[in-house]
Ligand binder design. Structure first.
Ligand SMILES: [Zn+2]
Length: 314
């Protein structure tokens, strides 16, 4: 569903959202209500957000060439439920602020959420002013069949993009939105966004650099990875099921991350024959588990089998 363009640009997040979308369509997960995209390339963040909105609203085959009315609207920036929010977008006539996203805008959003809506509504926040892009700056848009008549700039949110009263006015909407509403904030770093918003959002780094993943959750769960026995292996399976459920994380995404973590350990232990053997063996087992998970076996069966195999060594 997501174009390969994104898999090259930010492999981790593209992979994560590909998995997540499948689960959303099977009603096994809900799509996050608030997301922060961090990274240097704000235009790609914007296009990625639009693509998520397009796929979630598509009434056709969700492909790159889908010609349903929703896909067409989004590609021409005119979908009624996919909103830009900036200093120059989503602004009422009576709003006199010109240089900030105001609390009036936040209240307008809150009011709009009172109306029911069949679409998956998106509010994409970024910093903007009148601007005209060079043709080749929007190549990626063209590749994905979007129009390229964008007459505003797409820049990262900063502390001064919001009026000081705006984040608080937004909180209620972000915290308890109706079903199928997603807020997306585009920024260079989450440090530039007020912590009250950050703490209510899922943060993803969209960057071309090799993803430096935060492995602290994996490390917590796998403290005794090298000394597992049958009992601790099955306990681990339970703990992971609990963890991914609490974090609304598809099992595939967790296993992908576990794989990356092991590859990292492997790189640091190329000289150690025992560790090398064990990890390469486990990597094969995890790849097998990934296949089973994608074949829709239950999380419990996949994880129990995986850890029993890891303990057994085959
Ligand atoms: Zn479509």
């Amino acid at each position: 569903m997501l174009n390969n363009l994104f898999k090259q640009k930010f492999p981790f997040s593209a992979n994560y959202f590909s998995n997540l979308l499948e689960f959303v369509f099977e009603n096994k997960r809900t799509f996050p209500q608030s997301i922060i995209f961090e990274g240097a390339d704000t235009i790609s963040q914007y296009l990625f957000s639009l693509e998520l909105a397009r796929i979630l609203n598509c009434t056709g085959d969700k492909s790159q060439n889908c010609d349903c009315i929703n896909c067409r609207w989004i590609r021409s920036f005119s979908h009624p439920a996919v909103n830009n929010v900036s200093q120059i977008h989503f602004k009422g006539d009576d709003d006199e602020t010109k240089t900030v996203i105001s609390s009036k805008q936040a209240r307008e959003i809150e009011k709009s959420l009172l109306l029911s809506c069949d679409y998956h509504r998106f509010f994409i926040f970024f910093s903007s002013s009148d601007y005209c892009y060079d043709e080749n700056e929007l190549n990626d848009f063209r590749t994905l069949n979007y129009q390229t008549n964008i007459n505003y700039s797409i820049q990262p949110l900063n502390f001064d993009t919001f009026h000081p009263t705006t984040p608080n006015a937004l909180l209620k909407s972000i915290e308890e939105p109706p079903n199928k509403v997603t807020f997306i904030f585009l920024t260079k770093s989450k440090e530039n966004i007020l912590s009250t918003i950050v703490s209510r959002s899922q943060v993803f780094k969209l960057s071309g650099d090799p993803q430096k993943l935060d492995y602290s959750d994996i490390k917590n769960l796998f403290g005794n990875y090298f000394n597992l026995d049958y009992k601790t292996g099955l306990n681990l399976s339970d703990e992971i099921q609990k963890y991914i459920k609490e974090n609304q994380m598809p099992l595939c995404a967790f296993l992908d991350k576990f794989l990356e973590y092991l590859k990292d350990i492997l790189k640091q232990n190329l000289q150690n024959e025992n560790i090398y053997q064990k990890i390469t063996n486990d990597i094969n087992l995890i790849n097998l588990a990934l296949k089973q998970s994608r074949a829709k076996l239950s999380d419990k069966i996949v994880l129990d089998t995986l850890f029993l195999s890891i303990v057994r060594g085959y």
